[in-house]
Design a binder for this molecule. Structure first.
Ligand SMILES: Cc1ncc(COP(=O)(O)O)c(C=O)c1O
Length: 447
């Protein structure tokens, strides 16, 4: 058995507790044809088999992590009511849970006051941060590294804001000297600092960007959609530690509970240091909907309807596994990082592979040694496919020559990029499964 099922019984118990809160109401006969539903659900289950085993440690490809059973159960429990966190009228309890959960994330970054909310995902969360940046620095550009998530250039386009792509160093980190060249033009209003890039897990040098902010006028938005929870991990190397230690000096932060926070999709989160930015969200609401003077989350969010169930799931997860340094949740992140370090060490020792650099968090990227860049890419693709046939699921990522060259995987650079293999060791179990993962990787490379 690979799916956890015990929580289904606990869910039934908590459903009975929820039901007691409404037992004053006249009974409702359930409108359900169990036989028809059974047939359709069986069909659904069969359709869902056409997926890679995202929940299993042998899946170590994309940034996918199974939600914790408590998150799944709390989400399903809330679905009995299907609250809408647009307004207190549609989701009173879950709005309060959302405010508490977001405050807990903000306090992880050292913010006692803040303005923030959950969102459909990292894209919407980053959108709001860039939009607020545009309102505060009208006419100015957004700058982000060439390894930042592509969403930043696309969102800048949507916002009608110029975008400046800043080159990276060989470790895939925004190059502060290159950033300064652009800042000198005086045209940048917001700098995106990514703590945990999507492809390689690189950590931009936040302390250097903070030093530049003392001399140039711009806002700092930290995109920690993937990496944010590593703030509480105790086993980071010094460059990452120094960046995370100063994350609270940014103007806004995005962290995605649906990446490393054990949540179902879609659960992103944007947080602003200065609560006064709430003024930009002001709108003419239909007053009948916002029916109390208390803050409705729809008044500080661009999205209107949002799943209250997401807030219930995150709140329950934080209750069970508080994001405290040294706690059980933090140890889970540390295990992911240990898995990535062990993976990297094993790749270093294998003369078929050329890992790009030690993982800053828990993403490992490596090129396959070959005579030429084109042949290296072709070999990576073959290993990727052979591994999948052995039920080891990796990912592919293309990197530019300057990020790969220090690893010397090829002699003949007949292309400017190489397709590399990539693994996101995002499950704590990856640490114990590493011998099996390596066994299958070797078999795939020999195939
Ligand atoms: C650093 C970073 N920012 C933004 C995003 C976009 O987030 P989402 O896919 O939740 O919209 C991702 C997704 O992987 C990411 O890694």
């Amino acid at each position: 058995m690979t799916f956890e099922q015990e929580s289904l019984h606990i869910l039934a118990e908590s459903m009975a507790i929820l039901e007691r809160g409404f037992d004053r109401l006249p009974d409702l006969a359930p409108e359900l044809d169990p036989e028809a539903m059974r047939a359709v659900l069986a069909e659904t289950a069969v359709r869902l088999r056409d997926n890679d085993p995202y929940h299993h440690p042998l899946y170590i490809g994309q940034m996918l992590k199974p939600p914790h059973p408590v998150a799944r159960a709390a989400y399903t429990l809330a679905m009995a009511l299907n609250p809408n966190n647009h307004a207190l009228d549609g989701g009173r309890a879950t709005s309060a849970m959302e405010k508490e959960a977001v405050a807990r994330l903000a306090s992880m970054f050292g913010w006692e006051t803040h303005l923030g909310h959950l969102s459909g995902g990292g894209t919407m969360a980053n959108f709001e941060a860039l939009w607020v940046g545009r309102e505060l620095r009208p006419g100015k550009a957004v700058a982000a590294s060439s390894q930042a998530h592509y969403t930043h250039s696309r969102l800048s386009d949507v916002l009608g804001v110029p975008f400046r792509k800043i080159p990276v160093d060989p470790l895939g980190r925004l190059d502060p000297a290159e950033l300064e060249k652009t800042l000198r033009g005086g045209e940048v209003g917001t700098v995106v600092v990514t703590l945990g890039t999507t492809a390689a897990g690189a950590i931009d040098p936040l302390p250097d960007v903070l030093a530049l902010r003392d001399r140039y006028d711009f806002r700092i938005h930290v995109d920690a959609a993937y990496g944010g929870y590593f703030r509480i991990a105790g086993n980071l190397a010094s460059l990452a530690r120094e960046a995370f230690d100063r994350i609270g000096e940014a103007d806004s932060i995005v962290i995605d509970p649906h990446k490393h926070g054990l949540q179902p999709y879609g659960c992103g989160c944007v947080i602003f240091r200065d609560p006064a930015v709430g003024r930009f969200y002001r709108h003419d609401s239909p007053y009948t909907y916002f029916s109390s003077n208390e803050l409705h989350l729809g008044e500080i969010s661009l999205e209107c309807s949002r799943a209250g169930a997401s807030a219930a799931a995150l709140w329950a997860t934080i209750r069970l596994l508080p994001p405290d340094p040294g706690g059980h949740f933090a140890r889970g992140l540390e295990s992911c990082r240990e898995a990535a370090l062990a993976f990297h060490a094993a790749l270093e020792a294998d003369d078929r592979f050329a890992p790009l650099f030690p993982p800053a968090l828990d993403i490992v990227v490596w090129a396959v040694r070959a005579g030429s860049a084109t042949e290296s890419s072709a070999r990576a693709r073959r290993i990727f496919e052979a591994a999948a046939r052995l039920d080891l699921h990796l990912a592919l990522a293309t990197f530019p020559r300057p990020m790969i060259e220090p690893a010397h995987p090829v002699l003949n650079w007949d292309a400017d990029t190489i397709v590399c293999l990539r693994a996101c060791a995002m499950k704590p179990e990856h640490r114990e499964w590493m011998p099996e993962i390596l066994k299958r990787l070797h078999a795939a490379a020999d195939a």
